[in-house]
Design a protein around this ligand. Structure first.
Ligand code: FES
Ligand code: FES
Length: 170
């Protein structure tokens, strides 16, 4: 096991949405702070800072992670995906993002990045989720504005469109 000197800053290198990035972090620096302050990737939001609200949700090596419960040094060598990586091209929105826009599934947007990252991960595996399954998934996210109903509508709509997209590609 690598021992980290708590007084020293360590080089952290990883791939962020397909681009190699690097910076220096003290061993105790959170991934949220590293992303936002070292890399300038401010799409990942910080709410509770103790794993409850879901605002900071990102993908690390294809798995869902709370960036506020992850140390920056832990992701050295990993592949990260954040909300900035969801759009297929500059100026365009992905299917899930479009569905959020259509259904007014955000207001202040504070929770939105984390919810999109969780749904993006979930809908890759499950193209036909039930409303109950989506509500269960969203129980890991706090939204103080929307009442969740438009988020569920957007997720169901996106799931349908993604399934159509799959069959069109086959
Ligand atoms: S900021 Fe990470 S779960 Fe709330
Ligand atoms: S849109 Fe404001 S907290 Fe969810």
């Amino acid at each position: 096991m690598t021992r980290l000197n708590s007084d020293r800053r360590h080089q952290v290198r990883f791939t962020l949405n397909g681009t190699a990035v690097q910076g220096e972090a003290e061993p105790r620096m959170l991934l949220t702070d590293f992303l936002r302050h070292q890399i300038g990737a401010t799409g990942t939001h910080v709410g509770c800072e103790h794993g409850v609200c879901g605002a900071c949700t990102v993908h690390v090596d294809g798995m869902i992670a709370r960036a506020c419960l992850t140390l920056a040094v832990q992701v050295d060598g990993s592949e990260l995906r954040t909300v900035e990586g969801l759009a297929p091209a500059r100026g365009r929105l992905g299917i899930l993002q479009e569905a959020f826009r259509r259904h007014h599934a955000l207001q202040c947007g504070f929770c939105t990045a984390g919810i999109l990252m969780s749904l993006d991960h979930y809908l890759r595996e499950r193209r036909k989720p039930t409303e109950a399954e989506l509500r269960d998934l969203l129980s890991g996210h706090l939204c103080r504005c929307t009442g969740y109903t438009p988020i569920i509508r957007a997720a169901l709509d996106a799931a349908e469109l993604l399934a159509e997209h799959d069959s069109a590609e086959r």
